[in-house]
Design a protein around this ligand. Structure first.
Ligand code: ATR
Length: 276
């Protein structure tokens, strides 16, 4: 049987992972498949059993199962264990293993789109305190960013996140965001604000230092109001599409044995899909 992989989630119809993996399968002439699987929480244990039985090479995992799968596999990579969440599963020597490639996807996109970011980011501000914020905070701390301000609507959630990561992470309420921005060379939005159909992200960017980088992980639309505002201020901008592309690389390599490349052609294909 040719190798099969998939993405699981609930809902799943919106997922663009099949477009990415099918592009790479075709590019490398691999007779494999990559499917969308609508898996509810109730159906998750049966799907995990299918994986263990070898019905799939592996899968990507999206909302709302990233935490649940981390608790059901045999082995987690250190980053998946640290975050308590996984998005990439595979069977290796009979053991079900899981990684969290959101961190690498987040950082690889930032490194590629804004190579000089680190020199300017002694401190950073992350908006949001959910799973995507944890991945961003983890990556930034690993890369030696001295202070990460976490600004969230619910300040309790920001405080919990800060407690999990230690004193370099400082929680702040939304109305204090200006203080956080004033010293930050990097601003990252991990909330859903600005996504099409969601409220806009209303933020005064004027406290950000000149030369700062603004990274929005929202990619529908590609040019979010936050990025448009940053561009108008002549700040460096990073959109979220690259994170989606880069987080897909390790899974494809594990399942199909080839490390794929994030090409401009693939990015353009996704842009056309989003804008079409
Ligand atoms: P993910 O795991 O994708 O990061 P999540 O855990 O649902 O998703 O987190 C979504 C983030 O967007 C949270 O930080 C949330 O703020 P709260 O923790 O206060 O809920 C933020 N968010 C979503 N809608 C928002 C809104 N209308 N205003 C402000 N923040 C919002």
């Amino acid at each position: 049987m040719s190798p099969r992989a998939c993405v699981i989630g609930d809902p799943i119809a919106h997922s663009r992972s099949p477009l990415i993996h099918r592009y790479w399968l075709a590019q490398h002439d691999i007779a494999g498949s990559y499917e969308r699987q609508h898996i509810t929480a109730a159906a998750l244990p049966a799907f995990i059993a299918e994986l263990r039985a070898g019905g799939w090479r592996g899968c990507n995992v999206t909302v709302p199962h990233k935490g649940a799968v981390a608790a059901q596999v045999d082995e987690l990579t250190p980053v998946a264990a640290r975050l308590g969440a996984a998005n990439t599963l595979w069977l290796e020597e009979g053991r079900l293993r899981a990684d969290n490639t959101d961190v690498a996807g987040f950082m690889d996109n930032l490194d590629q789109a804004a190579p000089g970011w680190r020199a300017r980011a002694g401190a950073a501000t992350v908006l949001g305190a959910g799973g995507a914020a944890r991945a961003a905070v983890h990556g930034l701390l690993e890369r030696g960013v001295g202070t990460v301000h976490v600004v969230n609507r619910s300040v309790e959630r920001a405080t919990q996140l800060a407690q999990a990561f230690g004193p370099r992470v400082r929680p702040a309420a939304w109305d204090k965001v200006g203080n956080a921005l004033a010293g930050s060379g990097l601003l990252v939005n991990t909330t859903s604000l600005g996504m099409s159909g969601q409220p806009s992200l209303a933020l005064d960017l004027s406290p950000l230092p000149a030369g700062a980088t603004v990274y929005d992980i929202v990619y529908v639309p590609l040019e979010t109001p936050l990025l448009a505002q940053a561009r108008a201020r002549d700040l460096e901008v990073v959109d979220g599409l690259g994170m989606l592309l880069h987080q897909a690389v390790p899974g494809f390599e594990r399942w199909f044995g080839v490390r794929p490349e994030v090409t401009k052609e693939l990015r353009d294909l996704l842009v056309a899909d989003i804008e079409g």
